[in-house]
Design a binder for this molecule. Structure first.
Ligand SMILES: C[S@@+](CC[C@H](N)C(=O)[O-])C[C@H]1O[C@@H](n2cnc3c(N)ncnc32)[C@H](O)[C@@H]1O
Length: 381
């Protein structure tokens, strides 16, 4: 169903509610519920507020939860403010890049939080806007800044970077096989005339890619546009700082959920979580050295993917990867280590000649989980 809304400053919001479907919404709510549903006031950070689809559902499900919503896009914030108007007494909506979360929390007077959601990438508002330049399928000025109040535009990147810099960013951020060819075409074209439109760039990319390769892997300009967007918004550098900072702010039992839409984001997320779920102490010690135990446990097994029905209903969910983790009570983490050691010793003893049959050993998968073994482990909810 669609609804027409105005944002309170007279800007027509059109049919946003009908066109924007929050990704993996039920799963996000399920993962956050044990943290946000605890007695008393709980605090949730939506680090990528967007059109506030996830935020609205969290606020509805948890009447005692305070929401801190961040977005670097002022237009998204204006829309979110209208959508969340009925929760005005328990929301703080902040124009901020998510690596500024610690400063925002300090300013608002929240030393710790119970839930954090990152729903990365661009919103449907940004993708569909005819004037933002994110979409290769629409002609628009080459902007691509999520925060239009500051920073360099894609037009500046395309028209000023050297060939090696352009090729590197296309290869690394776009995982583009034809990065060198595309960079050469860009340089040739801009010597003729400044490249200012997304349609011209998309056409240049299409012409640079050999015909057989154009037929696979979606639109030929998809990877170039992704690379430019990441560069313009410094997306990976910001995310790399933001994830550990957000994890540090979680209370014991607090939970973080991350939705990534390409492998570079997912890899950073995986590593940020892996760093917290592993013991840093010596493997053979039966007890955890103080401060060396895991501080989080994974809630997702590897990266969770969307179901077929969700992708059919919402094609933007197709590339999503979900990872989630919960902050451990340090004493429970210690106990987990002890249990695991006991289990390991039992297994070892059973494999010694004359001490019993390995067949009687429990399946290793049912060993007491401590989140240390592999960063692909998870324990569900
Ligand atoms: C996929 S949308 C979020 C959609 C939202 N979960 C919903 O249900 O409506 C991502 C949003 O995050 C914002 N964003 C992306 N990177 C950001 C960053 N580094 N700091 C703050 N906001 C960011 C974008 O401007 C965009 O509005």
């Amino acid at each position: 169903m669609t609804e027409r809304l105005t944002n309170g400053v007279g800007v027509e919001m059109g049919e946003l509610r009908g066109t924007h479907v929050p990704v993996l919404l039920e799963r996000c709510l399920e993962l956050l519920a044990p943290a946000l549903g605890r007695p008393g006031r709980t605090v949730h950070v939506d680090a990528t507020l967007g059109l506030a689809g996830h935020a609205e559902a969290v606020l509805t499900a948890h009447p005692d939860t305070v929401l801190i919503g961040l977005d670097r896009d002022t237009e998204a914030l204006a829309h979110a403010r209208v959508r969340l108007a009925r929760f005005a007494d328990r929301i703080h909506l902040e124009h901020a890049v998510y690596d500024e979360l610690p400063e925002v929390l300090d300013r608002l007077g929240y030393p710790a939080v119970d839930g954090v959601l990152f729903d990365l990438g661009v919103s449907s508002l940004q993708l569909d806007a005819p004037d933002r330049g994110f979409a290769y399928a629409q002609d628009a000025p080459l902007d691509m800044r999520m925060d239009q109040t500051r920073g360099v535009t894609a037009e500046e990147v395309v028209n000023t970077y050297s060939h090696p810099d352009l090729a590197r960013l296309l290869r690394v951020y776009g995982e583009e096989k034809f990065a060198g060819k595309i960079a050469s075409a860009i340089i040739r074209e801009r010597e003729r005339a400044r490249i200012t439109s997304s349609a011209r760039l998309a056409e240049l990319v299409r012409e640079s890619i050999p015909a057989p390769a154009r037929r696979t892997g979606g639109h030929p300009a998809k990877r170039t546009f992704q690379a430019l967007r990441i560069e313009v918004n410094r997306e990976l550098a910001v995310l790399e700082t933001a994830l550990p900072a957000a994890l540090d702010k979680l209370t014991v039992g607090g939970r973080m959920v991350v939705l990534s839409y390409h492998s570079l984001e997912d890899r950073l997320t995986k590593h940020a979580l892996a760093d917290r779920v592993r013991s840093k102490g010596p493997v053979d010690l039966p007890v955890e050295l103080p401060g060396s135990g895991p501080t989080f446990r994974l809630l997702s097994r590897g990266a969770e993917l969307p179901g077929e029905a969700e992708v059919a209903a919402n094609p933007r969910a197709a590339s999503v990867r979900l990872r989630a983790a919960e902050r451990l009570d340090p004493e429970a983490a210690q106990q987990g280590r002890t249990d695991r050691e006991r289990y390991r010793r039992r297994v070892k003893a059973m494999h010694q000649p004359g001490t019993g049959s390995p067949g009687s050993v429990t399946d290793p998968a049912s060993a007491p989980g401590d989140g240390i073994g592999t960063d692909e482990e998870g324990e569900g909810t």
